[in-house]
Structure formats: C-alpha cells, structure tokens
Design a protein. Structure first.
Length: 507
C-alpha cells in the first residue's frame, strides 16, 4: 500500500495494522494542520492519496490532527473505478468519521457514516451532512474511516481532501425526538414498516416524504433504519403525529450480514465493525436490548456482498423473512424460518423466533409498506408494538388491502390465535380457521411441521373468504397460514400475498 500527503503537514508515514477487538484495521500516517492562531475565519486544506490492495482490512483509518479554534471539518473523497473481468468485484469505498474520542469499538467517538452514498461530508456544532452528528469540532486526533467494501484486482486508488474552517462555533443543536406514543385504538391490529432508508444514509427520500408514503400505504407505525448511523434520529419529530408512530433504530450493516436494531432508545448507536469470526455480535445484541429494542436479522439470504446473515439466530428476537417485492431470496428465507419452527418443536415450541416483513425502501419506485407487518398490540406505542412483534402476534401482508386472521379451536371451545398456543391433549380434535379479505384469486394454505397439508380453491374476485381444516396436536405441532397468488407474479410462481406466524398446538 502507498500514500502521500499534500498541504498541511504530514506526520511520519507509519502504517499500523492492528485489531480493535473486532475486525482488523489499518491506521495510516497522520495529517497535521498549523495552529489556529491568527486564522479566524480562514481555511486550511490537505490532500491525502493512496492505494489499497485487494485483501485490505475492513477498515482503514486516516488520523487528522485537528488544532483548537476549528469551526468546521469538511471532507471530500474520490476513488478510481477501473474495468474488471465479468464476475469480479470492482471498487467500492465507504467513508465516515470518528472524533477525538477515538475509534474504539462501541466507543463514544462515532460522528457519522455515509457508506458509499456520498462523495463528502461536513461536521460543525450547528449542522452536519445527513448521516453525521452535529457537534463541536474539538481539538485532538480525529479519524477518517475508510471501508474498502470491495477492491478490484488492480487495487483501489483514492484521494481525500480535508478542509478545516476556523472561527467561532455555531450554536449547538439540541436533538428533538418523536414521541413514543401515537393515538391508537386500544388493543387492535396495527400496520407497520420497520426497514426504511432516508437521505440520512443511502436512501433518496426525506423523512417527510417517507411519512407521507407510509400514511398513503395505510401504515400506523414505521421504524427508521439507516445504515450504521443514528444521526437521523433527531429528524423525524416533525413528521410523526397522532396517526403515525415513528420508532427509531438502525440497520447494523456488517461484512457478515445486516441486522435491524428495531425500536431502540433515541440516540442509540450500534457499532458494525466486526465479523462473525470476531465473536462480538452478542455484545451489541445485548446493547440493543438494553436500549429497549429488538434484534432482527434482515434479509438473511440476500445475495449482495456482505448481506447474507452469518451470525446465527441465537440472539434474534425476530427475523425478517420477507424483504421488499417477493423474490426467490424471500422464498428461501421463509423455508429456512419454517425449518427453525420445526426445530423449536423439540422444545415444545416454547422458544421460537417470530417472522416479520418490511419494505427496505430506499428511493422511487420502492414502495413503502410492501410488505408490512401487522401487529396485535395493546395500543399504538413503541413498547406495545415491540411486545407484539416479540411475541409473534403478527402477520405479514403485501399491502393494507389484505387482512388475515388465523384461529385454532379445541373441542371444548378453547381458542388460540396467531402467536399463541392452544393447549389440548394430543388426540383432541382441533379446527383451524382462516378468514381473509382483499386477496382476489389467492389460495389459502395451512402449513405445519410436516409441510403444507391443506390448500383452498382460489378466492373469488372479491378477495374475501374463509377456509377450515381439522387436525390434532399429534398430527400438527403448529399451524400457520399462507396466502399465495394463483399464478406467477414476478420471479416466484405462486408468490406470497400474506403469511402468519404460527399457532402452536398441544401442551
């Protein structure tokens, strides 16, 4: 690897490869600037160039010695994108920044991350680029964080320009967060989308645009989930309302899969700089729960680089089985989740992982609320919604037009619904009933630990109908319902229109 500096003062050209308690990282020689004395209102600029080889560490840090009296730090970067052979990854370089408090894993130094969504950023006391946290530019060693996501065989040549502006800092910004409660309907079914991206990471929509689309999609709640940053948390208060609960979170985007930190306390930051082999995920899963949130692996069978989930599901509170328009990846995720349900039966089904679905919408034409998770909750509050998701009292539908109920009734009239258990003797008769609206020409399937044991004729064009099936707990340890389109719609024949979490049968 090589590097050079222009402008400012380059420190010694040291390169230190070290392990930060997580993924390996490389620290380059530092960039220094003159004292701020006599520079009020002036600027200084330094440019750093270098080349990263294939096989570079996950993170490369460029230390910047920031003197006192700095009002703003601004960083711009470029990198080359050479042609590569078919089937070979080209160059992709992410960027972020840590302040003088350091780059320690899970430490307090994080000030922002934009991944590969932007060509630069700025930070000052009163404002910052979306994805970055405003605040004072204190003196000390800051670190520009580079993430070589993929590197071409020719290497990745980059150029970073750092500009310091001197002067009095602006007034600090006090964050205002959305309320944890909206006007609900008491115990009811509430619709939400918990995986969304705005311009505070790599999305192209503003929070106001997303909120308008959520309302138009018939949603009652959303959860923010920017990649590897909590900076957007303070930008949603104005768009929340009595009719829309806005929960706050993060999509923790590691090199071994993505996980939603769903419904965490405002301002919670979850570090992402580790792989499965580093044995650090459990620490951050516990952090998410301490912050009141849920741990939800996202699109576990996605095929993009670094997207496939490799941390296992021991820490999961739920799993995102359906992500955006239904694809073969989702079909595999659904089958994998069903396998986990079967495995849970060995323990009586007492320890199972509920499923959910979200849009992962970034920009037009991505549809907010396709799909959506419909949760039975005591009220429209953050706590009640998370309780419902955690308990599996939910189903997933492709739109607000579809409603789906599932009940299991014993011979003595005892009854259980989605996410619950019907406690009956093994040979006692059980009637399973699904009621559907808004799903024209779809079929209803009842799926058990043996597979799909019942499929209805297509529903009428009105989209409304019911299906009943009789079984016993000895024959079916659980039953869940699926709505499938009658014909191929998109890449998956018989694609899902909706599905429920299971009802467990037996004692």
């Amino acid at each position: 690897m090589c590097e050079d500096h222009h402008g400012g003062t380059a420190g010694p050209g040291r390169r230190a490869l070290f392990v930060t308690g997580a993924a390996a990282a490389l620290t380059l020689g530092s960039v220094s600037f003159a004292s701020a004395a006599g520079r009020a209102g002036g600027q200084e600029t330094s440019t750093v160039r270098g080349t990263l080889p294939t096989g570079s560490p996950d993170f490369v840090y460029v230390p910047v010695e920031v003197p006192s009296g700095v009002r703003e730090i601004r960083v711009a970067y470029t990198y080359d994108r050479p042609s590569v052979p078919a089937g070979t990854a080209g160059n992709a370089l992410d960027i972020g920044v840590f302040d003088e408090r350091g780059t320690e894993l899970g430490g307090r130094g994080f000030r922002g991350w934009s991944g590969g969504a932007r060509t630069g950023f700025f930070v000052r006391a009163d404002d910052a680029t979306p994805g970055y946290l405003p605040g004072p530019v204190r003196p000390g060693t800051w670190h520009i964080a580079l993430g070589p996501y993929t590197v071409a065989p020719q290497g990745l040549s980059y150029e970073i320009t750092i500009t310091l502006t001197y002067g009095e800092p602006g007034a600090a910004v006090e964050p205002v967060y959305p309320p944890a409660r909206a006007r609900g309907r008491g115990r009811a079914w509430y619709r939400g989308d918990c995986h969304l991206h705005s311009w505070h990471s790599d999305g192209r929509r503003t929070p106001a645009e997303i909120a308008a689309l959520a309302r138009a999609a018939g949603l009652d709640f959303v959860n923010t989930s920017e990649h590897n940053t909590n900076a957007g948390h303070a930008h949603w208060a104005d768009v929340a309302g009595d009719d829309l609960l806005v929960m706050l979170g993060e999509e923790v985007t590691t090199r071994n899969g993505h996980v939603l930190a769903l419904g965490t306390d405002p301002g919670t930051f979850v570090d992402w700089r580790y792989r499965a082999r580093d044995n650090r995920f459990g620490r951050f899963a516990r952090l998410i729960r301490r912050a009141g949130g849920l741990v939800v692996p996202a699109h576990p069978h996605a095929t993009c680089v670094g997207c496939n989930w490799k941390f296992g599901f021991a820490e999961a509170d739920a799993v995102e089985v359906w992500n955006g328009p239904y694809t073969p990846d989702d079909e595999v995720a659904l089958a994998d989740w069903d396998g986990m349900l079967v495995a849970s039966v060995r323990g009586g089904g007492r320890d199972w992982i509920p499923a959910m679905g979200n849009s992962d919408a970034h920009r037009d034409p991505d549809a907010v609320g396709l799909p959506q998770t419909v949760v039975l909750a005591d009220d429209l509050t953050r706590e009640a919604i998370l309780d419902g998701i955690r308990a599996g009292r939910s189903y997933v539908a492709e739109s607000a037009r579809i409603s789906l109920s599932l009940t299991a009734t014993g011979g003595r009239g005892e009854q259980a619904g989605i996410g619950d258990r019907l406690e009956v003797p093994p040979d006692a008769p059980v009637t399973v009933r699904a009621e559907v609206a808004g799903a024209p020409r779809c079929t209803i399937r009842f799926v058990t630990d043996q597979g799909a044991l019942f499929t209805s004729p297509p529903l009428p064009v009105s989209g409304a109908g019911t299906a009943e099936w009789r079984t016993t707990a000895a024959y079916a340890a659980y039953v869940r319902a699926e709505l499938r389109h009658e014909v191929a719609t998109g890449p998956v024949p018989g694609a899902l229109a909706a599905f429920t979490n299971p009802v467990f049968l037996g004692r």
